[in-house]
Ligand binder design. Structure first.
Ligand code: GLU
Length: 320
């Protein structure tokens, strides 16, 4: 189904192996099908694939449609078609979160059986005055932690979150976050009966054996919760690299809301070069008129995570 023979092109370069001596590195790209791919998503796809391949590893594609009400009909197929047109090649079958309910249920049951998750009756309105966590969610004040009040019934389920999570992000540097003073006890099963994004991501990454998570820095603030959940589910955390988030000139994340242009019809070679430059890589001017496969081959041979700008966001000058 892939239109560009990128694997073949990549095979012509020598494969660098870095830091993954004892087990195969596994990376992934995990778009939410809430709209078309834009330049910011392309940056995450390029960074995650090059990083995995440069380590001699596998690269997986997961469609994050666990939040079914937010999924836009047709968006996932559009994303997959665009990725193929840009020459991305993923290993194995695409994973669809909407088909993984059983795995999430199993992990949830494990958390409940271990006494780590508890039912919560609080409504959004009741939490409206709680302080904000770094990611903009409300810090849970712990109201239902020791049991539901009389006459109150369970809506969501939360995980007890305590302790300090430290990790060294390959791009953003050392991170430290105290769970209780950030988001506090966080939701794993939502009031609408859907499993929360945090749980789905962690269960999927564990199931796929993901070793390297390379994604946009907008998810940096979720990472402590994900490392915490991995620990509760008995898995070692992957290595993280949070790439600068592409913004418009006003500093807003490229998204459907900020009217970011879809890259579906963008010329792939030019867009790929722009994404590489955004990631601090320095493709030579001679590649400007090169075929796509040649740009991919150069990108793989020269990929350097150390060259990625160590900032949380940067203005994308290329919108296509
Ligand atoms: N689905 C998330 C997004 O599209 C990415 C999640 C992840 O990479 O962990 O922003």
């Amino acid at each position: 189904m892939h239109q560009q023979p990128v694997r073949a092109a990549l095979g012509q370069t020598h494969t660098k192996r870095m830091n993954c001596t004892s087990r195969t590195c596994i990376g992934r790209f995990a778009p939410s099908p809430t709209g078309a791919l834009h330049f910011g998503s392309l940056v995450a796809a390029v960074g995650s694939m090059l990083d995995a391949r440069a380590r001699g590893g596998r690269w997986l594609l997961r469609i994050e449609d666990v939040d079914t009400p937010r999924a836009v009909p047709g968006a996932a197929d559009r994303i997959i078609t665009t990725l193929a047109r840009f020459g991305f090649e993923w290993d194995g079958d695409i994973v669809w979160q909407s088909r993984r309910g059983e795995a999430y249920r199993h992990a949830f049951d494990t958390l409940v059986a271990a006494g780590m998750a508890y039912p919560c009756a609080c409504t959004r309105r009741e939490l409206a005055n709680a302080p904000l966590a770094r990611d903009g969610s409300r810090r849970y004040p712990g109201t239902c932690r020791d049991g539901l009040g009389a006459g109150r019934s369970a809506r969501a389920w939360r995980v007890r979150a305590e302790g300090v999570i430290r990790f060294n992000d390959l791009v953003q540097g050392p991170q430290s976050l105290e769970l209780a003073s950030d988001a506090g006890d966080y939701v794993v099963l939502r009031a609408d009966g859907l499993f929360a994004y945090q749980l789905a991501v962690v269960v999927d990454d564990i199931a796929a054996g993901v070793t390297h998570v390379v994604r946009g820095a907008d998810l940096l603030d979720s990472t402590a919760r994900q490392i915490h959940l991995q620990g509760l589910l008995g898995a070692p955390p992957p290595t993280y690299a949070h790439l600068p988030l592409a913004t418009n000139a006003a500093g807003e994340k490229l998204s459907k809301q900020t009217l970011a242009r879809a890259i579906d019809d963008a010329p792939p070679a030019a867009a790929l070069l722009a994404a590489l430059r955004f990631l601090g890589q320095a493709p030579p001017p001679t590649l400007a008129s090169a075929p796509l496969a040649q740009i991919w081959a150069w990108a793989l041979a020269h990929w350097s995570i150390d060259a990625v700008p160590r900032c949380r966001q940067a203005v994308a000058t290329a919108f296509f």
